[in-house]
Design a protein around this ligand. Structure first.
Ligand code: ADP
Ligand code: MG
Length: 676
């Protein structure tokens, strides 16, 4: 790693104040970021007892030189920037030089590190008091152990969540690192068990490691460029939404962020496909020139500030809605067909495939373990084993790399890249200068001093976000205009037993009752399935189906899922299945059509994780079977339907067709040539 500099006061005063280590996950985040900054291609993370007993991050990065070991523990000591101007274009994740010092002050922290062609050294701090540098054993890279976190900060300790809660939070972060840096092989162990593992083999692999292949199939893969902003990654299709926001990951210029402008743009693009309490699923990487965004607003909150909210919002919104609504433009944004997965044609530098991490001997006993039972972590529910299995089945390249039961780590092709080089490369690649000319309004304005417009430290924190808030309020106002107040509507009859008419001021809303009903039933069902709040209804006469061996096996495998969905199903006689109860919502369901529909998909379902897909399929077939067009609804049913729509006149059915069409008085009068 480059020399560690103690920043002069005027530099660190420009850096937003006080990095605080709030919880165990903040430690994990900082340590992993340091490993990434050090150019690591393999990173192992160990967590014990929710992180309070041990957090350990081992990397194969550049290492820290002996004479820099002590400075690493000093506040405002960083090798990543030197002077104030460097702040304008930070390309490393860290730059404040505070994390190690802060963590060390509230724990027992040991850094063992070795640079290329050097000896390995170790230095321990006890609550910030440094010991002596000793020689140690270890390979190139850095091994950071943080034990007894908050041992001298009882108040912090008291405010921690349960062990499981902290663990879940850490798992969230690790998952996001995996998604963010698909080129790095991560292994993540909780209490000695490996729960997540990625292989550094690219976005697709990383995605499958975290969410499974079934989720991948329900997503659009996009890569779009608009107005100097690149948007790439995965977004759930119109029917793939989630009951909470933990399935949303945004990475801006390689950094995990939470930002209201971006998330509002995405959510609003989805709004006509989502019901209350449903949230879009996405893993998106957004890249824009460093000078168009200020990442230095908030040391803790992972938020950023854009020079121009309007443009950023507009780009993201239009790209995503074009895809969801099926505009022709979407073709430019979608990554249609995956390149056939092959071995890279250009062989990387001949190097033996690295054995899975056996760097530090004493960790051996933690490494034998592949978890047997699926562990439910708040967010990543996918186990290492499943990921391996799926990857083998879905990626021939992966299968090819897997030899003799060896976990295939990516050959180490990329060594440590000095920051300055990285900077040069990215700037060239993005053509930052050209973008300045092309889209001047995307950037912060230069002042007469040649400095950028006021940054966070010069404005008050609230001001920085007030601007964002105002912008979002505007958007929200516009959005509300789409949602009408249903009390202002008057029911005006129906046509062909299919279209419901509602009149409001100078407008008529024509609602496709079939589409509306379908959307509503679908959403209700899916929500219930997600919350497992299914009420089932026994059937007077059980329904029996006879299936072939293949189908029978499929149904048996899915027993738990099908039952969780509210079906009572058993197999009184081989390959004869009996359904004796159905979810109340599906009382009128045509079971024959329904099962045929599911079983028709068996071959494509096999070998992948079914849960999500099945749920969706069930809900979709349920709608198809349960709602028929031209159904004579009673007035009460009509009112209930309209109420459920909650004034959302932009709603679309699960297949993306509009539910409502609006006619205006003017349009009608034109038809009658009352006006021209
Ligand atoms: P920052 O990341 O903001 O520079 P930190 O307090 O996190 O500050 O780290 C201080 C310095 O210690 C870093 O600038 C880097 O030089 C060194 N360092 C920390 N962790 C590692 C690591 N895993 N590998 C190499 N160097 C490291
Ligand atoms: Mg750091």
């Amino acid at each position: 790693m480059a020399k560690i500099n103690i920043l002069p006061a005027q530099v660190y005063n420009r850096i937003a104040a006080g990095e605080v280590i709030e919880r165990p996950y903040s430690v994990v985040k900082e340590l992993v970021e340091n490993a990434i900054d050090a150019g690591a291609t393999e990173i192992e993370i160990y967590v014990e007892n929710g992180g309070t007993q041990l957090i350990r991050v081992v990397d194969n990065g550049s290492g820290i030189e002996r004479e820099d070991l002590q400075s690493a523990f000093a506040p405002h000591a960083t090798s990543k920037i030197k002077k104030a101007e460097d702040l304008e274009n930070v390309l490393t994740l860290g730059f404040r030089g505070e994390a190690v010092a802060s963590i060390a002050s509230v724990s027992k922290m040991t850094i063992i590190s070795r640079c290329e062609n050097a000896k390995c050294y170790s230095l321990t701090s006890d609550g910030g008091k440094l010991g002596l540098i000793t020689e140690a054993a270890g390979e190139k890279g850095t091994d950071v152990r943080v034990e007894a976190l908050f041992f001298n900060a009882p108040v912090r300790l008291k405010f921690l969540k349960s062990e499981k809660g902290e663990e879940a939070e850490i798992t969230n972060f690790v998952s996001r690192f995996i998604l963010n840096r698909a080129d790095i092989a991560f292994s993540y162990y909780v209490n000695g068990k490996r729960v997540l593992q990625s292989f550094g083999g690219g976005d697709e692999e990383a995605f499958v490691c975290v969410y499974g292949a079934a989720a991948l199939r329900q997503c659009f893969k996009i890569d779009a460029e608009k107005h100097g902003i690149r948007i790439r990654g995965y977004i759930g299709n119109q029917n793939f939404s989630k009951p909470n926001k933990s399935y949303q990951s945004l990475f801006l210029n390689g950094r995990y962020i939470v930002n209201t402008t971006l998330s509002a743009a995405i959510t609003n693009a989805y709004s006509s496909y989502l019901m209350k309490r449903q949230y879009p699923f996405y893993v998106l990487h957004i890249d824009l020139p460093g000078e168009a965004v200020d990442v230095n607003v908030h040391p803790n909150k992972a938020d950023v500030r854009f020079a121009n909210n309007q443009i950023v919002y507009g780009c993201v919104y239009s790209v995503i809605s074009a895809i969801l609504d099926g505009h022709t433009k979407a073709l430019d944004y979608l990554v249609q067909e995956e390149k056939p997965a092959e071995e890279p044609t250009q062989k990387p530098v001949e190097k033996p495939v690295e054995k899975p991490v056996e760097k530090k001997k004493e960790t051996k006993k933690q490494e034998e373990i592949f978890p047997q039972e699926e562990k439910k972590f708040g967010f990543a529910t996918f186990t290492y084993e499943q990921a391996l299995k799926e990857l083998e089945q879905t990626s021939p390249a992966f299968a090819a790399r897997k030899k003799d039961g060896d976990v295939p780590f990516k050959e180490v092709v990329k060594g440590y890249f000095p920051v300055s080089e990285l900077k040069k490369e990215t700037q060239e690649k993005r053509g930052a200068e050209k973008l300045h000319e092309q889209f001047p309004d995307l950037f912060f304005k230069k002042t007469s001093f040649g400095v950028e417009a006021p940054k966070a430290q010069e404005t008050k924190q609230e001001d920085v976000f007030a601007e964002n808030k105002r912008f979002l309020e505007e958007i929200d106002k516009k959005k509300k205009q789409n949602r009408i107040d249903i009390r202002t509507c008057r029911y005006a009859g129906k046509l062909f037993n299919t279209y419901l008419l509602y009149e409001r001021e100078d407008e008529v809303f024509v609602i496709d009752q079939h589409a509306a009903h379908e959307r509503l039933v679908y959403n209700r069902l899916k929500e219930k399935m997600e919350n497992r709040k299914i009420v089932k209804q026994p059937m007077l006469v059980p329904y029996t189906i006879e299936l072939n061996a293949f189908e029978s096996e499929f149904i048996r495998e899915q027993y738990d899922e099908i039952r969780a969905m509210g079906f009572d199903i058993d197999e009184p006689e081989e390959k004869h299945f009996r359904v004796s109860a159905v979810p109340t919502d599906l009382l009128g369901l045509d079971l024959y059509v329904f099962f045929n529909d599911i079983l028709g998909q068996v071959s494509s379902f096999r070998s992948i994780k079914l849960e999500e897909l099945l749920k969706d399929k069930l809900a979709l077939s349920a709608c198809k079977a349960a709602v028929k067009g031209g159904m004579d609804l009673t007035r009460q049913e009509i009112d209930a339907l309209f109420e459920m729509m909650d004034g959302d006149m932009g709603m679309k059915c699960p297949h993306g067709r509009p539910v409502v069409v609006k006619l205006s008085r003017v349009e009608l009068e034109k038809m009658f040539k009352r006006i021209v």
